[in-house]
Structure formats: C-alpha cells, structure tokens
Design a binder for this molecule. Structure first.
Ligand code: PLP
Length: 410
C-alpha cells in the first residue's frame, strides 16, 4: 500500500490534530514528544486555581493538589502493565533511579555485582557507579557490563541471559533498558526478569524509551522496579515529571531501606506534622516532596490522549505498520546507501530507527535533513535517529524522510 492509502485507512489519523507540531516533519518524539494541544488548557486551569484559590487549591476536592499525583497513577499503570498502587509519578528519571537503587541495591560481600549494558545511557551508568561507591564497593569489581558482539550493534538475547546466569550468586541487581536508546532495540524484558530471579537477583528496568512506545506487562513479568521519564513518548513536556514502578511484592515491605520525605507518609496524618513515618502502602511511599502540579497537568492532558486512542494496543499496531512501511521504502529507494541499525525482527523493534549513512558523512546528511525541516536527532558516533510516533506521525511523514534522504545521499 502507498503512504496515502495507509494514512486513509489509519484509525488513529485524527489524533495528529490534537498536537501542535513544529513546522516540517517531526520525527524526534523519542527525544521530546510533541505538545498535546489540551496541555495548554490543563496547565491554564491549574494557573487559574492558583490565582483564585491560592493555597486552598491543595484541598479543592478530588482534583486538589494534595492528591493530584494520584490522578496519574492509573493511566500510567495502564501504559506499563501494572496496578495503580505499583506506580507513582514523581521527580525525574535519574532521581527515581537513585531512590529505587537505595531500596533495591543491597550488596553483600558475596552478592554485590550489578549488571548493566556496556552502552548504557550515561546517566544510568553514573547512577549505578555512584551507588556502588556509596555502599563501600568498587565499581571495578562490582559493575559488570554486557555488550553486543564484536562487529554487531545489537545485544543478543542469549548473551544477556548467559551473563545473568554466569554471575549467579554474585549478582545483586540487573538494570537494563526496556528499549535501547541508540538502536531502538527492545530487550526481552520478561526473560530478563525470569533469569534475574533465577539467579537470586533483583531486576530493574529503565523504560525511558519503552514507555508509550511498546507494550509492557511489568507486573506479570515480575519486574521488581522500573523508572521512566515523561518527556519522550509520553509527551509530558521538557523536563516533565518522571515516574516509578515497584512490584506489589515490595510496595509495602517495611524492611526495604528507603529515603523518607513527608509526601511518603499517610496523607490523613501528614498535616498533623507528627514525626513518625507512616509509609503509604503503595509506590507513593517513595515520594519525598509535594508534587509539581504544572508539569503534571501537562502530562494528564497527554495521558488522556493515550486513553482515548485506546492505549498501547492500537498504537503498537500502527507502529508495526509504520516500521514495515519505512523499511520497505528505505529498501526500495536507498538500498546500499543507508543502513538501519535497528533490529529487523518486529518484536525487537520500537518506533525508532537508527540510520547510518553507508558512504558519506552522516553528520552532513543529518544537517541536510534539518535544513529540509525533517527533524531527526544525531547520536554520536554515527546514528541519525528517527522515531515515527503513531499518535501524531503519518505514513506520508515516512515518505518525506525517505525522499529527503534520497536527495541528500546521492
Ligand atoms: C532520556 C534518558 C534518561 C534521562 O534522564 P533524566 O533524569 O530524565 O534527565 C536517562 N536514561 C535513559 C536511558 C534515557 O533514555
């Protein structure tokens, strides 16, 4: 089918009008998701309550700011395949990663190793390395990485599972991404969780590039904890509020070490200002501070769009059609000139492609795309990342990418 036919048959096509997109072809939803139009009204509404009610807005009924974060738990839980009590919107991704590492990285002289990927996003690497030092261990001995094989770009499933099994009873924690930020590879999260538990380790996931992109079932997979940000596929806006998931088996565990703040205590006694910490028996007990209402209002607008689109099922179906169309067009028009580092197996592939220019200067090609207002992003050393997002990209956008790539790589 042609792009025009695919767009005409696309049940989600109408959602594009619910976003304000930069002029041109926006393919950077993996980096900063587009602005949902309704976010303006949602934020303005909270500004109005601020103006008219002032501090009383904290206690203004079910939408009062005191419990505002609770409005996000259900919709976020739907996107990650969790129960609402397992999810909390708070802070930003790296902060949440630290908070959960405090609870879930509990090294002993025998079992102190953490397995991450060799090409982990630097922030994740820094977080883990500093946590290892904080506990008095040495990253040189305790930080273990798994890498793609020489000459390969993708992590092999069997290599990841073998790395976990080999570390066995020295392995304290596995921390891997749901979707690899550079190649777009979807890792086998359920199998990783099972293998980690088999080894007696805790399993955490960084879902920065997975949430809102691929279907997730964190609870059923038995993942122990996960963190994500909301400004990529969740369209929560720059620096928007992050979130965390903790499996029900752990949410109310009084033995977990945890950093405490007043927003983690029982809200019915919180304002009595007592100094006994009375943990909320949900993921909310990891909250430290009162919630940032304005970015949460923007995120609510976006989660509402996800809900009306029918959640991840329909979005993933369109994503698969888009991947298929893009691969076919790249093959027909650009075979031999552009290589896609993303997996060819559909189940291992999110929205994102990572294009490498075979002959020629990739950075130049990227700049030429920018000039033509085909917005992609450049990741060192040599990938042009393009992420067609089912909520607001069209099949015609994919043809435009291929058309400009064709012109600038001749
Ligand atoms: C985007 C991203 C982050 C960003 O972290 P912040 O704390 O939100 O700045 C961290 N890790 C990964 C894997 C990411 O893709």
């Amino acid at each position: 089918m042609t792009a025009a036919e695919l767009d005409a048959a696309d049940p989600l096509a109408g959602f594009r009008d619910e976003f304000e997109l930069p002029e041109g072809t926006y393919l950077v939803g993996n980096s900063l998701g587009a602005l949902p139009r309704a976010a303006r009204a949602h934020v303005a509404h909270e500004m109005d309550r601020w103006a008219t009610l002032g501090g009383e807005a904290h206690f203004d009924g079910p939408l009062g700011w005191k419990g505002y974060h609770e409005l996000l738990s259900g919709p976020l839980a739907d996107l990650v395949g969790a129960h609402p009590d397992e999810v909390v919107a708070m802070n930003a991704l790296t902060v949440n990663l630290h908070l959960l590492l405090v609870s879930f990285y509990r090294p002993t002289p025998r079992r102190h190793k953490v397995l991450i990927e060799d090409r982990a996003f630097p922030s994740d690497h820094f977080a883990v390395e500093s946590q290892i030092r904080q506990r008095g261990y040495d990253p040189a001995a305790s930080l273990v990485t798994v890498a793609p094989r020489d000459g390969e770009e993708l992590l092999r499933r069997e290599d990841v599972l073998a790395a976990i099994a080999e570390l066995g009873d020295e392995l304290a924690l596995v921390l891997l991404p749901g979707v690899q930020y550079y190649t777009g590879q979807v890792l086998p999260m359920a199998e990783i969780a099972a293998a980690g538990h088999e080894a007696g380790a805790v399993v955490g996931l960084d879902l920065a590039h997975a949430v809102g992109n691929v279907e997730l079932a964190l609870h059923d997979w038995g993942v122990d904890f996960a963190v994500w940000c909301s400004y990529k596929y969740l369209n929560g806006g720059p620096g928007g509020v992050g979130a965390a998931y903790v499996h029900r088996d752990h949410v109310a565990d009084p033995d977990l070490p945890k950093l405490h703040g007043w927003w983690g205590t029982d809200p019915t006694t919180r304002f009595a200002m007592a100094t006994t910490f009375d943990a909320i028996p949900t993921a909310e007990s990891w909250q430290l501070s009162n919630a940032p209402i304005l970015p949460m209002a923007a995120l609510r607008a976006s989660l509402d769009v996800f809900g009306r689109a029918g959640g991840m099922g329909p979005l993933r179906r369109k994503a698969e059609l888009m991947i298929d169309h893009l691969d076919r067009r790249l093959d027909e028009v650009l075979a031999g000139r552009v290589e896609n580092l993303a997996p060819t197996v559909l189940a291992e592939r999110g929205c994102q492609s990572a294009l490498r220019i075979v002959a020629g200067d990739g950075r130049r090609v990227f700049e030429a795309l920018q000039e033509a207002r085909v917005w992609c992003d450049w990741r060192e050393p040599d990938a042009i990342r393009a992420a067609p997002v089912p909520l607001y990209n069209s099949f015609a956008d994919l043809d435009r990418l291929v058309e400009v790539l064709d012109m600038v790589t001749r």
